[in-house]
Design a binder for this molecule. Structure first.
Ligand code: GLU
Length: 432
């Protein structure tokens, strides 16, 4: 074929990527920013970004290591792998060796790698975080959705796992369990974790336990399922949520010895793609995982603020007839507008996407449609992230409130007013 001067290359996209949009969390962030630039009032409850600053000792460590310029080992800086392994020993009583730790540029990238190298179906609950399913789709893995129920906090049950595994017991499967949960804010009781571990072991599934919000369990009592299914569990975490460092892009995977073959396959692919994670960030992360008084204090106050705010949002929404599950961790609520279905239908709203679009248009409140989390398009659910406030200011103010006192509405009105206003607007908008 003769190429003319103006001809552009023909569009030959990989079929798995054709039509794939930018991830919902990033798209809503960019849309919110654009609307703000255009002068609109926007309540940014779309992207799930920590409102809190990176703890000062970790920032200092990054400054001190700005000169680190060398490529680091593909699996990560040895001191950091040691600090992560110590962290799990200290906080979860798990004995995972530094050798079992892999550092990556965000846990999202590590999740993509594990799906790429492990051959098996991806089993995830609906609802679940926006990127698990698209990653499987890009790679061409089959996705099996685990049904959940709102009345059970949208949680995975052993019965649902059993139902899928029983169909073909030998089939390789990767199950992703995420708690405290994005999008619901729910978490699992120890008894529930033990029961899930039993089915996982019975069918020898690979369990990826996404515990990136573990430190943001509102009561600081997170328990890893790796305690009950050590041989088959990879624990995923990173700095993005508990350390307020989403933009730093640092994720961790921790493997048991029995899964080192998987770690090695991931390392091979990592070495051919991203090479290694940013050096200064890895040096600074050592400090974050080492913990200590100052970081404990920061976490304690972060949890205290999130707990008070999450509960306020939950109660207020419920009073307004918008259902949710009482949050136990992280900074999300998965809300259900079904009670308003007839009224919304009169306004031409029949799907979660229409709902979110119209809500943003009418009130400036940005949230994400349930559909992005794997819910049926016509279900009137959505996720909100109660993070639109200045976390540094709120932390400083919380320090002045005696630790035995819960943070009250007056505190939230002063330091988290955007979130409160957004919740109130949602209620008024639905009832219009
Ligand atoms: N995990 C965050 C969320 O669900 C944002 C980060 C991302 O999606 O990459 O909003």
């Amino acid at each position: 074929m003769r190429a003319s001067k103006t001809a552009t290359p023909e569009v030959h996209l990989n079929l798995n990527v054709r039509g794939l949009p930018v991830s919902a969390t990033l798209a809503i962030n960019e849309l919110s920013n654009r609307l703000r630039r255009e002068g609109r009032r926007v309540y940014r409850l779309g992207l799930g970004q920590s409102p809190f600053p990176v703890p000062q000792p970790v920032v200092e460590e990054l400054k001190a290591n700005a000169h680190q310029k060398d490529y680091l080992p593909v699996l990560g800086l040895h001191e950091l792998r040691e600090a992560v392994s110590d962290y799990y020993c200290r906080t979860q009583g798990l004995s995972r060796e530094p050798d079992g730790v892999m550092i990556g540029p965000g846990s999202k990238e590590l999740m993509f790698l594990v799906q790429l190298v492990y051959y098996g179906d991806l089993v995830i609950p609906t609802p679940s975080w926006v990127s698990y399913a698209p990653q499987a789709h890009i790679i061409g893995r089959q996705i099996r959705w685990l049904p959940t129920r709102e009345a059970e906090g949208w949680k995975i049950t052993p019965a649902a796992v059993e139902m899928i595994c029983r169909e073909d017991p030998q089939r390789p499967r990767l199950i992703i369990l995420n708690y405290p949960n994005n999008p619901s804010g729910a978490t699992y009781l120890v008894e529930e974790l033990k029961a899930l571990a039993l089915v996982a072991r019975k069918y020898r599934v690979l369990l990826l336990s996404d515990e990136i919000y573990g430190e943001l369990n509102h009561k600081g009592v997170h328990v890893s399922i790796a305690r009950y299914y050590p041989e088959g569990t990879i624990i995923s975490s990173g700095l993005s949520k508990w350390c307020g460092a989403g933009g730093w892009r640092l994720g961790t995977f921790v493997f048991p010895r029995s899964l080192y073959w998987l770690r090695d396959a991931m390392a091979a692919v990592a070495s051919e793609t991203f090479t290694s994670t940013s050096a200064p960030i890895q040096y600074a992360a050592v400090r974050a995982f080492q913990g200590g008084m100052e970081i404990e204090r920061y976490l304690w106050q972060s949890r205290r603020i999130l707990r008070a705010l999450g509960r306020w949002c939950y109660h207020h929404l419920m009073e307004a007839g918008i259902h949710a599950v009482e949050p136990k961790g992280a900074f999300y609520l998965f809300v259900n507008f079904e009670a308003y279905r007839p009224r919304l239908a009169e306004r031409g709203i029949f799907s979660s996407e229409q709902l979110c679009r119209q809500l943003l248009e009418d009130t400036g409140v940005a949230i994400l449609p349930g559909r992005a989390f794997g819910r049926p398009a016509e279900e009137l659910t959505a996720r909100l992230a109660y993070v639109d406030f200045d976390g540094s200011r709120a932390l400083a103010a919380a320090e002045q409130v005696p630790s035995t006192t819960t943070l009250d509405e007056a505190f939230l009105r002063t330091y988290c007013h955007n979130v409160l206003e957004a919740i109130e607007l949602m209620g008024q908008w639905a009832a219009r």
